[in-house]
Design a binder for this molecule. Structure first.
Ligand code: NAD
Length: 452
């Protein structure tokens, strides 16, 4: 469904009325069309700011240079030059006095970051701080970055925070490329922990990042799943698109566009896990990427919810995922270095009226990836969840008008996301370069106000 407010705000004939009524005027967000580039920052103005005693700046510098830019250390005071990407090493901020660096760096930049710009702050993990004050300072940076995202979001600028310990500095490059790249269009206000729990893959390609990989995306006849299948194929993966037999026509069409293989199956059928195991063993000898995207809503207040609505949502959104993983992991169909991504939801983060069943399953997935990650680390497998906010799909088209409109506007970017935006985050988590991130749930919600 199209965003009427955006259409009116962009039309010169109606833009004045939108302004007079004081309605939000959402900025046109930049989005990538193609796949990753080897040097995505080439031609961009990048600023790398350092805090005193920080330990991440050299790694950040190397990552930025490898991505094609020679970063500035400061902007010229009297110039009107805009900066596209700001990266700050705030790992040295261990006291209130040290944190003055946040003000000193960003205050002069507030009017100088370009539309659709990117901000990435890198801080020390609060739970590894030497003392309580250092832990508080590191935690304070979370509040700062989230507030900054709210101030800058009106210009389509995203602000994210990566917490990295010294032993995981070599894992920063992937995060820098994603969070400072055009692909982070709808990801803002997030705090991502980068750890050393998963060993580095043998090769770390940044362009054609998934060449040679076999990927399964469930529920990929439409919506986020379809966009994800498309995105993974763009990075060179051989994709298998799975959906229910009732969606066969749409599934075949999606597959023919990207050279994917269709697989008609209900993931909640008791035989689904074994069928999948046999399919991937026979056809490809294994599986590298598993995106658990298929999901349903059956909304009712709990008082009015029939038991089959509860059971159906729990079976598809949660039980089927656990059952499939159990077999694919036990039979080692999921290869060393595999990537698993589950689709959670803001409803799982914050709960939602009329969605006790759905919120239960989506919160369960947040707990599931956190618990599985350490168990799978020795096999080089990363497992994460993404929590979409309001993404324009058939699922959100079904919402009542007022709820849909509220969902679209209640975020820092004042608009809904596109399936491609969620697909970008999923694709990033599927790449070899995301090996520093496991057990996390990252929101793709334009920094939604709900559950923030
Ligand atoms: P959608 O309804 O547009 O597509 C879901 C797809 O899954 C459909 O093609 C459907 O046929 C398939 N599917 C459903 N049950 C299945 C089953 N038992 N076996 C196989 N396939 C099945 O949904 P969407 O909006 O693209 O959402 C995709 C995922 O993202 C879901 O898990 C959803 O809960 C989650 N999500 C979406 C949003 C949003 O704003 N759209 C927000 C938060 C979370």
């Amino acid at each position: 469904m199209s965003d009427l407010l955006m259409t009116l705000a962009k039309n010169p004939a109606t833009a004045g009325i939108v302004k007079k009524l004081g309605l939000p005027n959402p900025v046109e967000l930049a989005r990538a069309e193609g796949g990753y580039q080897a040097r995505p920052f080439a031609g961009k103005t990048v600023l790398l700011a350092r805090s005193r005693n920080g330990y991440a700046a050299d790694s950040l510098l190397a990552s930025i240079e490898e991505a094609g830019a020679a970063p500035l250390e400061a902007l010229q005071e009297n110039s009107r030059e805009r900066v596209d990407i700001v990266v700050m090493d705030a790992t040295g901020c261990a006291s209130p006095a040290d944190c003055r660096a946040l003000y000193d760096v960003f205050h002069p930049l507030m009017r100088r970051i370009a539309r659709n710009g990117r901000v990435l702050i890198v801080a020390a993990p609060p739970d590894e701080a030497q003392d309580a004050v250092a832990a508080a300072a590191a935690r304070g940076i979370e509040g700062f970055s989230r507030a900054l995202g709210k101030e800058l979001g009106k210009d389509g600028i995203t602000v994210n925070l990566a917490c990295v310990a010294r032993d995981a500095l070599d894992r920063l490059a992937g995060a820098v490329r994603f969070f400072c790249g055009v692909q982070a269009t709808y990801v803002s206000g997030q705090v991502v922990r980068i750890t050393a729990q998963v060993a580095a893959p043998a090769v770390l390609p940044f362009a054609a990042a998934l060449k040679g990989k076999v990927a399964l995306v469930t529920g990929s006849a439409r919506g986020i799943g379809r966009a994800t299948a498309y995105r993974l194929a763009q990075e060179g993966a051989q994709v298998v698109c799975l959906d229910v037999p009732g969606a066969a026509d749409a599934l075949h069409q999606a597959c023919s566009e990207i050279g994917a293989i269709p697989l008609m199956m209900d993931i909640s059928a008791p035989e689904a896990p074994h069928r999948l195991a046999e399919f991937f063993k026979e056809k490809f000898g294994g599986l590298d990427i598993l995106v658990h995207n298929a999901g349903i809503t059956r909304d009712r207040t709990l008082a009015n919810m029939k038991e089959h609505y509860w059971d159906m949502v729990v079976n598809i959104n949660f039980a089927a995922i656990a059952a499939i993983d159990e077999i694919l992991l036990a039979e080692k169909v999921l290869r060393e270095g595999a990537r698993i991504v589950c689709l959670s939801s803001i409803s799982g983060v914050a709960g939602n009226f009329g969605q006790t069943n759905y919120a239960f399953t989506k919160a369960a997935l947040i707990g599931y990836v956190a618990a599985q990650a350490p168990k799978l680390a020795s096999r080089g497998i990363c497992i994460n969840a993404i929590a979409p906010g309001f993404i324009e799909t058939a699922m959100t088209d079904d919402m009542p008008f007022m709820m849909r409109e509220a969902g679209r506007r209640m975020n820092s970017l004042k608009q809904g996301g596109k399936p491609r935006d969620a697909a970008e985050l999923i694709a990033f988590l599927c790449t070899p370069g995301a090996y520093g991130i496991s057990g996390a749930t990252i929101r793709v919600c334009g920094q939604g106000l709900i559950g923030a």
